[in-house]
Design a protein around this ligand. Structure first.
Ligand code: HEC
Ligand code: HEC
Ligand code: HEC
Ligand code: HEC
Ligand code: HEC
Length: 436
């Protein structure tokens, strides 16, 4: 391994807000001069094997992985839009920082910069692939990509007792634990320390980690909940009770549908529906209805939503209709521009920028500005006060909704051409109300 120690991380972090000063302090010809973070582990191009080299013996796993968001981590449009915007707004300071997780092989084989991926080889373009994960030998820190790579013939995972004619196998406890995921599924702003993504820390301090239920138990099995997948990981391998499933299903229904992966989109929809339950209580005093909506996180090992919730949306849609079917009250409906009612109850995270404004741009985060999410096995409660115009019976319909991206964000990037963001129903409940 050739270690290319470029510049101290601390100094660069300090220079984040002054990228031009950074340029004057560092050798001008150094292409990484204005980088916020540099990748210290460097290997020769081609050191990591292409996923194509694994197909012949691990066909099923290849099929699952090739339709996972990990495979699209670099090429997917929504990532590219955000990444290119970050690049423009920070003078390129975020290039290697973002790519370290979204294109780890490129970052570790000297193919960045330039930030646009024009120097990537075919393997680097395939995001987070087999040989990146299976040549990890250590975890240096549990945030901002702390994986230690040792690319080569030894493949590290959860067994170590099989035999492969192509490579060596090594048992690695880390691969069976949340910590392996945590080093990427925990993002800290490198200058302000704001927890941009906290899925790992959140899981670690919650009820599932305590019971020994890992990310792998829920996300590397074929169904929501703790499923199992008996069989062989290779036709020439041993029979196993549970072969690690590699589709890494999350909430990305729409991105998967856009990629043409209808089956994976359905799995994602099931995952979202498994996460939450709604329950309602109502009380009428004179003409005033108090409608209480409880949202329970019954299926996720972390808060819902989790991850990049600052670009996603989860919200409550409430409609009250009278016995004629006329709408008496609504909240959280989608308008003709496909924008969600801004007064809805939103479950997500937003940052505060230096001027104190709320923002979904992670690179501007100096603090958390808004945070309403529902903890694992926890509950959120909202009470709606609604005036009932006349005596009679009414029905309240409540839905918990999810979008992978705000329509406004896509409108910003694509203008009039932007496609319609899909809304996914995670849970629903109704109650009948009488005003006498
Ligand atoms: C010539 C066939 C062959 C090829 C090609 C191959 N493997 Fe394997 N691999 C196997 C067999 C057989 C096993 C053992 C499976 C068992 O018995 O459970 C295995 C096991 C593994 C394991 C499990 C390690 C553990 O915990 O024991 C990993 C990880 C792995 N392979 C990764 C890869 C990757 C990554 C590639 C492509 C770069 C690849 N393999 C290519 C045949 C192959
Ligand atoms: C994001 C990281 C990641 C990627 C990408 C990835 N794997 Fe894995 N893989 C894992 C982890 C983690 C485990 C162990 C899961 C567990 O403990 O349940 C695993 C387990 C395995 C196993 C052992 C399965 C078993 O249960 O016996 C094989 C074989 C394997 N992977 C091959 C591959 C191949 C081939 C690819 C690419 C097509 C791939 N992996 C892509 C993380 C990854
Ligand atoms: C090298 C960094 C890295 C590692 C290691 C990693 N992930 Fe990921 N993961 C990502 C990135 C980046 C994405 C987002 C890709 C995209 O949508 O552009 C992602 C996406 C996902 C998604 C899909 C989310 C969705 O919205 O559909 C799931 C689920 C997931 N990862 C689970 C895991 C689990 C479980 C592990 C550990 C076994 C793991 N990841 C290991 C970086 C990583
Ligand atoms: C008890 C099962 C369970 C465990 C444990 C679990 N998850 Fe999840 N996860 C879910 C469910 C259900 C969803 C769908 C709800 C959602 O998207 O918020 C989900 C969603 C996700 C998403 C997609 C979020 C989004 O909407 O963009 C990611 C990423 C993810 N999990 C990563 C992880 C990681 C990393 C770990 C471990 C640190 C983990 N999960 C542990 C069940 C689990
Ligand atoms: C430490 C690892 C890490 C770093 C650094 C990182 N990300 Fe991510 N990114 C992730 C993970 C993990 C996910 C998946 C979370 C989820 O699905 O909710 C993700 C998801 C995303 C998504 C959502 C993609 C989709 O398919 O919907 C966007 C956009 C994104 N990241 C942009 C960025 C930008 C821009 C940067 C740099 C400023 C960056 N990321 C830096 C780990 C990282």
């Amino acid at each position: 391994m050739v270690s290319k120690s470029l510049v101290s991380l601390g100094v660069l972090a300090f220079l984040f807000f002054m990228p031009l000063t950074a340029l004057t302090l560092l050798a001008a010809e150094d292409p990484l001069a204005n980088q916020l973070v540099v990748e210290k582990q460097q290997f020769a191009p081609g050191s990591f094997e292409d996923p194509g080299a694994c197909i012949a013996c691990h066909f099923d796993i290849y099929e699952q992985w090739s339709k996972s968001m990990h495979a699209y981590a670099w090429e997917n449009k929504w990532y590219q839009d955000d990444y290119q915007l970050a690049h423009r707004e920070t003078d390129g300071a975020t290039d290697v920082f973002c790519a370290a997780c979204h294109a780890p092989i490129a970052a570790r084989t000297g193919q960045l910069p330039p930030h646009d991926g024009s120097q990537f080889d075919a393997t680097s373009k395939r995001g987070i692939s087999c040989d990146f994960c299976h040549t990890v030998t250590g975890i240096e820190r549990t945030y901002n990509m702390g994986h230690v790579s040792e690319p080569g013939p030894m493949k590290y995972a959860n067994r170590g007792d099989g035999e492969s004619p192509y490579h060596g196998v090594v048992y690695s406890k880390k691969h069976t634990d949340g910590v392996f995921c945590g080093s990427c599924h925990n993002v800290k702003h490198p200058v302000t320390d704001v927890a941009v993504i906290d899925t790992y820390d959140d899981w670690l301090s919650g009820p599932y980690a305590e019971q020994g239920i890992t990310c792998q138990n829920c996300h590397m099995t074929p169904t929501p909940g703790i499923g199992s997948n008996p069989g062989k990981s290779s036709p020439i391998g041993l029979e196993r009770d549970n072969v690690a499933f590699h589709a890494f299903v999350g909430g990305s229904v729409m991105a998967q549908r856009n990629m043409g992966n209808e089956h994976q989109a359905q799995l994602a929809e099931e995952m979202l529906k498994a996460a939450a339950k709604l329950s309602l209580e109502s009380m009428v005093v004179d003409n005033q209805l108090a409608l209480t909506v409880h949202v329970d996180n019954v299926g996720a090992g972390h808060k819902i939503p989790t991850g990049v919730t600052y670009i996603r949306k989860m919200w409550l849609e409430v409609q009250l209709v009278d016995d004629q079917g006329d709408i008496v009250y609504s909240s959280g409906l989608v308008d003709e521009k496909n924008h969600v009612d801004p007064d809805a109850v939103f479950y997500r995270l937003l940052f505060k920028d230096r001027d104190g404004n709320l923002t979904g741009k992670s690179w501007l985060a100096v603090d958390i500005g808004y945070d309403r999410r529902i903890p694992a096995q926890g509950r959120d409660t909202e009470v709606y006060s609604i005036e009932l115009p006349a005596t009679g019976s009414y029905r309240a319909d409540v839905r918990l909704m999810y979008r992978s991206l705000a329509q406004e964000t896509l409108d910003f990037h694509d203008g009039a051409e932007s496609e319609k963001i899909e809304s996914i129903e995670m849970a629903t409940a109704s109650v009948t109300i009488e005003r006498s």
